[in-house]
Design a binder for this molecule. Structure first.
Ligand SMILES: [Zn+2]
Length: 424
């Protein structure tokens, strides 16, 4: 009974909220506060005046730059002085896609701090160009506006005439898509028609870079893709490793545990989560040097559920998924060595290749490779392994696995095993 009453209350509140938001000012608008305000073609007094706007006019905001605000105005855009407007910003927005990356800075080059799923509501802290500074469940970071409810469809009327200053070196690059159902467009902005959709992991030669967009070669022509949806790798580097089985393969590395989940704690206090991440970052460098495209489920000390990790794998569809762990057996004296786990006969070959290469490279006790039912090898619909790289419950092994010699050797082994697997 109480349950029904709560439901009714909830629906009522929801309807009230719905009603009030419909009548409120649109997200991210500015209100003009002076009688007449000049509109200019760029963010400064040196730019031509292209018109005027008036008190109480409201405009949607495309971006802000220092003391200037770029508005949608008269079917085009213009810049007005920030000091004469009042921002009518929403304080929350909603994520429109799964696995939207939360970055540490307003750039795709910065570290990933977490992920948002479709429908997640985030608190808005700040907006900078096309990036939103947000807070979500205690994580502060930046997300791209185009994947939120604040996405402005008729935006990005960017002047492409000065694109040459950003096209340096782009000619020799390969763009790898980071998300499924990525839009390919007819031109370098979200104004242009969608001419196709492609999935994570697909690669295209880059013809040139135009601002934030890449002009790419497809099988039946050319298209444009947004720079924040791809990772870019120079093909000159890849060409030197042409015979390498890792070239253009996508490997997702999953450093086990993180954040409030420390994993096992060594007999001398080592946190498994920290060592897992160290190993992952070393392995990432080696795989990238061999031309692989590497994705990490986490690249800092953050908590991620097992389901978030496997669903990230299933969305990105890497060629291989490798979950890294260190082991513990506090009741077994001097437990030692490396174990490899896989799920499904089709993955036994991968397990064999990687396991043998790790034992070769490290000389560690061989605990074998075996079929198992762990979430991290059962749920990803791609070839997956879970590696246990040594025992933190055995004092000398806890010390040993942290040496740079061991970290180098064990990551060489994983690298070589993957390379052999992909070369077959
Ligand atoms: Zn673990």
């Amino acid at each position: 009974m109480a349950k029904i009453w709560y439901s009714i209350t909830f629906i009522a509140v929801f309807l009230i909220l719905l009603g009030s938001s419909a009548s409120s000012i649109q997200a991210n608008e500015v209100l003009v506060e002076v009688d007449t305000l000049n509109v200019r073609s760029g963010p400064g007094l040196d730019y031509n005046q292209t018109g005027t706007v008036h008190q109480d006019d409201t405009f949607s905001v495309q971006e802000t730059k220092e003391d200037w605000v770029k508005i949608n105005w008269n079917d085009t855009t213009g810049w007005i002085a920030k000091q004469h407007v009042q921002f009518q910003e929403e304080h929350v927005t909603t994520c429109n896609v799964d696995h939207l990356r939360i970055r540490s800075e307003a750039t795709t080059q910065s570290a990933i701090k977490g992920y948002l799923m479709e429908g997640d509501e985030v608190e808005l802290l700040e907006q900078r160009d096309n990036w939103l500074h947000i807070s979500y469940e205690g994580v502060n970071g930046w997300i791209h506006r185009d994947y939120t409810a604040l996405a402005t469809k008729p935006s990005d009327n960017r002047d492409t005439s000065n694109s040459s200053d950003t096209s340096v070196n782009a000619e020799q690059s390969i763009a790898t898509l980071q998300y499924n159902a990525t839009n390919l467009r007819a031109g370098p902005s979200t104004n242009h028609k969608v001419i196709g959709q492609r999935d994570a992991g697909e690669r295209f030669d880059v013809i040139e870079k135009q601002n934030d967009w890449y002009h790419i070669q497809t099988e039946n022509g050319t298209a444009y893709v947004a720079g924040w949806l791809v990772s870019i790798k120079g093909s000159s580097q890849s060409e030197t490793t042409n015979q390498d089985g890792l070239k253009n393969k996508t490997v997702m590395i999953d450093p086990g545990h993180g954040g409030r989940d420390s994993g096992t704690i060594g007999i001398n206090g080592t946190y498994e989560k920290t060592l897992n991440l160290d190993t992952a970052l070393t392995l990432m460098k080696k795989l990238e040097q061999s031309g692989a495209n590497v994705l990490l489920t986490r690249d800092d000390d953050q908590y991620l559920s097992l389901a978030a990790r496997s669903s990230f794998a299933n969305t990105s569809k890497p060629d291989a998924f490798i979950s890294l762990h260190y082991n513990s057996a506090p009741h077994v004296q001097n437990a030692s060595g490396i174990s490899t786990f896989y799920n499904g006969n089709e993955n036994e070959h991968l397990a064999n290749m990687v396991h043998i290469a790790m034992i070769d490279a490290t000389g560690m006790t061989d605990r074998g490779y075996s079929a198992s039912n762990y979430h991290m090898i059962r749920e990803p619909q791609v070839p997956s392994l879970l590696l246990e790289l040594g025992f933190l419950s055995t004092s000398y092994e806890e010390q040993y696995v942290q040496t740079s010699a061991y970290q180098e050797n064990v990551t060489d082994g994983i690298h070589d095993g993957l390379k052999a697997y992909f070369t077959d």
